[in-house]
Design a protein around this ligand. Sequence first.
Ligand code: PLP
Length: 282
Amino acid sequence: RTVYVNGQYLSEHDAKVSIFDRGFMFGDGIYEVTTVLDGKLVDFAGHCARLGRSMRELDMKTPCTDDVLLAIHRELVARNALVEGLVYLQVTRGAEDRDFAWSDAIQPTVVAFTQVKSLAASPLAARGARVITVPDLRWKRRDIKTVQLLYPSLAKMQAKAAGKDDAWMVEDGFVTEGTSNNAFIVTADGTLVTRQLSTSLLHGITRATVLRHAGDTGLRIEERPFSVAEAQAASEAFVTAATSFVTPVVEIDGTPVGTGVPGPVATRLREIYIEESRKSAI
Ligand code: PLP
């Protein structure tokens, strides 16, 4: 694979980052994952905007313009002949002697690489995901897409150990989001419910796009918190994320959701999402 490190395209075997990088030492970095379909980037503008926001919230220096970021993404897709998969982009604050405080002189480290992945044809989406719930023990700025993913990784491992697919995180009795996706339910009266944006959850790019499509199809939408019990009693549940699009959730803590198989709303929204993403990808 050809990867990108600080202005250079290199073989992944030659790519190096300092052990003093604050991303490595402090988890002081942010990232974006952009889906590639048919060799093109899905929702790139949204990912770029969120990257900029994450950097501003953490007072990080902007390493380059959005146009340069786009050029890096396209170059990596081309050099790796990527048709379907993702581009991972990470910006960390940079490297200097270890100290909680950083200096004004610190320069960001930019790393990007591609990953081949079959996305549109998904066995998990066809079967539906089974989730467990865990307390949300992450820090309180989940709206910033930091590389501090230890707790969601532990939650995902807990789900796997229980023979399930993923975990939904719960705070004060309400679902915040999945380990790497936003959570939705469809209530018995056909209303689409997802938690409103705040610092409690990541502002998913896919979440926003799916809400737009759902609105276009005339679905009633409520952005509010929902409890685990409400989700278990819902007629459908699903999650959204850049590389998994819309994935039905068919079981929560052992309780089947609706009929226990992927429902019509999630299935339709997945189809629309993939179709529209192929059309609008750049
Ligand atoms: N929530 C969390 C915690 C995530 O890590 C992610 C993405 O990986 C999402 C939600 C979905 O965001 P997006 O749709 O922008 O991929």
